[in-house]
Ligand binder design. Sequence first.
Ligand SMILES: O=C(O)CCC(=O)C(=O)O
Ligand SMILES: [Fe+2]
Length: 321
Amino acid sequence: MDQKLVSSWFHLHSSVPLSYVQPPESRPGMVFSPGKKIPVVDLRVIEHGVSKELMDNTLSIFKEFHGMPVEEKIRESSRDPNGSCRLYSSREINNKDSIQFWRDTLRHSCPSSEDYMQFLPQKPAKYREVVAKYTQEMKRVGVTILELLCEGLGLDPKYCCGGLSDSPLLLAHHYPPCPEPGLTLGAPKHRDPNLVTILLQEKDINALQVFKDGEWLVVEPIPYAFVVNIGLMLQVISNGRLIGAEHRVVTNSEFARTTVAYFIRPTSEQIIEPAKSLISCGAEPMYRSITYEEFLKNFMINGADIEQELLLEPKQKAAAL
Ligand SMILES: O=C(O)CCC(=O)C(=O)O
Ligand SMILES: [Fe+2]
């Protein structure tokens, strides 16, 4: 596994290995120019009440984690026999013949109970303490964001509380410096497979891009602001009134970049479907009902094309009314 982690071999290469080279149409090309920027109001949350100290400590802990020797990282992320905590690169999840991404990811569920803590890394020393505090804060901010979004849709503000948002996930991504950033990607164009993502990113590195009106815009980090992405599940629940943000991650040749994504997700048995009250107002359902478990299975197979899978055919639309 260690050879698969990008962080364990990137320094040995002066060019990008072939399996990491994107086809010309997906390459980021010149990633040095800042390009167009997105407006602050759309996507970035500034007055969230999470302390700067906690945000700094959280990023530091994950930077430290990804900077540890590879054997240690693997040991610290392999405590859960069910694999809910794990460290991987795209080579573990993609077909070995597909194009890989310049990134390692540590992912685990969020510790809502003391019992789960035993599965989390014990190193760096403050990992459990900092991550427990951070995920607690993310839960609070997440509830506020969901309540505001539901209210805006005309739904009960608590519509997404409970099963729809009860299984959050933490993803700590690490993008090592890349010798040829124009040829590869840290993450491909995608919409997030969740309701909402709350993303913490480093201050001075432009790497996240959002696809808007046919072009890629840079999501320039604002110090101590979170980036909030609408995910596919909220697109379904809102019956297409909210559209998941399409985004990707580019790399750079100078700096490693670490980000922390908090995914607000349903429990696996939860049924995801357009909210009934939005359909009874005369709108037609655009999407079929699906359990989150089935959605995730399809997402692994279909990736970015999953949206087509979720859409109802015209005939099924009439039957669902
Ligand atoms: O690391 C980033 O900037 C974005 C990560 C992301 O898109 C994701 O976790 O879905
Ligand atoms: Fe994403």
